[in-house]
Design a protein around this ligand. Structure first.
Ligand SMILES: [Ca+2]
Length: 486
């Protein structure tokens, strides 16, 4: 009996294995079809193609509510996700210069004097503010920064002791609070409370992190004593600086860099449309490593094998991020991008085509990234119409029936994706007529699709090996044989 059960199990496993293999080697989806050439020798005919359509600034929520016919029409034959998380990186910005300083007690010679209050925020640790005698102002001796626009969420601050040597540390602040308010008359919220602080050196910078998630108009450093016990002569301080943190996806540029490099922003570090990776708050950028590019990998794999095209009105995207494309078209706008994509599909032999549309994002910035705003919804519908025209051009190719196209439609992000602006999930739709419709976030185990997954899917489809440099994106199209095909 046991033997029969074992045989039965083995048979079932064999059937499953054969079923899996059959699909994995499905000739319809195989890359090479062998056809005889003029001498009768069988040669491989490469059928695989990829079309990427990126619509900047279209969050999944807006797409789902609007349900434009062309993108939605792909879903019955698509692997898709409505939950494409956007990689963000935490950076910081010194916002001291954005505020205007006032002090409770000015230097006797005025704010602009050698030791006036302007020296407290001049970003020079060698210059210092000095005032005194401070006795009448204690314990409410304060310096205040006011922000009239772009109210910052201050989450850290620094203080630098004065360089003046003769008084040693007697005149350094020893006990203070950092307080915040939206009205100069209060109420003031205490963000940080320090006592018994000692600056052990002249010109020493101390940094303090505070727990704050609220933007405030006023930030106030309230000094209640200086280091010298019972010494109420002079206060001296070289710098007081306010810092906010940024959660940045790098905006559209960071998103595209993620898609094309297969890396997240912590690696590619592209924060703006220069497409130069950079340390934050530094203009000293150097070009992105050329090896961090799906197009470069295609180009290097077998020169001449993969003709590629990049089409967008965003000049820097085409000429920097997508510079390895054989055909680079900087268009006059989205309508032109659509026309050029249609033309390329009809007349060119490009096997990987990447297009970008920017109007949806532009309308989002102007009216909000929601279909409640008519101009935004109209822009989404217009982009969807362009996609319809491009797909029609694709399907009317004379060679279409002998080709295998992976069509990817995706987005950058909802919201600007910079600073603390809300960043909402994007979508990723990978279409081929043979695909079984699947919401990837609902598979078991669920696939957490990321923007940088574009590169591994693209290279896999074109049968080009991944490189070590392109490593953060996850490959999931290779699960074809088991569950992905119709
Ligand atoms: Ca200074």
């Amino acid at each position: 009996m046991k033997v029969f059960i074992k045989m039965g199990v083995a048979l079932m496993l064999a059937v499953l294995l054969i079923a899996g293999c059959k699909k994995f080697y499905d000739p319809v989806l195989d890359q090479h079809v062998y056809k005889p050439d003029s001498t009768g020798t069988a040669v491989a005919v490469n059928k695989r193609h990829v079309l990427v359509i990126g619509i900047d600034g279209l969050p999944a929520a807006a797409l789902k509510t609007l349900a434009p016919p062309n993108i939605s029409g792909l879903l019955p034959n698509a692997k898709y996700s409505w939950n494409v998380a956007l990689p963000v990186i935490r950076t910081e910005k010194d916002v001291t210069a954005d505020g205007s300083l006032t002090v409770a007690f000015e230097n006797a010679s005025g704010a602009a004097a050698a030791n006036g209050s302007s020296k407290l925020v001049d970003n020079n640790v060698s210059s210092y503010f000095s005032c005194g005698p401070i006795q009448p102002y204690l314990p409410n001796l304060w310096a205040q920064q006011e922000y009239k626009a772009n109210l910052p969420v201050v989450e850290a601050y620094t203080m630098t002791s004065a360089t003046e040597a003769s008084s040693q540390n007697w005149r350094d602040p020893g006990t203070w609070t950092l307080e915040a308010a939206n009205d100069v008359n209060g109420p003031w919220k205490v963000l940080d409370n320090r006592s018994g602080e000692i600056f052990s050196a002249r010109g020493q910078t101390k940094r303090f992190e505070v727990s704050n998630t609220t933007p405030y108009r006023f930030y106030r450093l309230v000094v209640s004593s200086i280091v010298a016990i019972n010494f109420t002569g002079y206060l001296q301080l070289a710098e007081w600086r306010l810092v906010k943190y940024l959660l940045s996806s790098g905006g559209n540029a960071g998103s595209w860099a993620g898609m094309i490099t297969g890396n997240d922003i912590s690696q590619h570090r592209v924060f703006d449309s220069s497409f130069y990776p950079r340390p934050v708050d530094s203009s000293a950028g150097t070009p992105l490593s050329p090896n961090l590019s799906a197009l470069r990998l295609l180009y290097n794999y077998k020169p001449g094998t993969f003709r590629t095209a990049a089409i967008s009105s965003w000049g820097n995207l085409v000429n920097t991020m997508l510079k390895d494309a054989d055909v680079r078209l900087v268009t006059g706008g989205d309508a032109d991008t659509k026309d050029q994509a249609v033309r390329i599909l009809k007349t060119d032999s490009a096997r990987v085509i990447i297009t970008q549309f920017g109007d949806v994002y532009n309308k989002g910035v102007q009216y909000g990234f929601s279909n409640d705003a008519a101009p935004y919804a109209e822009a989404v519908a217009r982009a969807d119409g362009y996609i319809g025209e491009i797909l029609n051009a694709l399907k009317s190719r004379s060679t279409y029936n002998d080709e295998e196209w992976l069509v990817v439609i995706t987005t950058t992000q909802g919201g600007s994706g910079v600073d603390r602006a809300p960043i909402t999930p994007g979508f990723f739709v990978a279409y081929n007529p043979m695909f079984k419709s699947q919401d990837l976030s609902l598979t078991n185990p669920a696939i957490n699709v990321l923007q940088q997954d574009l590169t591994p899917q693209l290279l896999y489809w074109m049968k080009v090996p991944q490189s070590a440099a392109v490593q953060k994106g996850q490959l999931w199209l290779d699960r074809f044989g088991i569950e992905f095909l119709k």
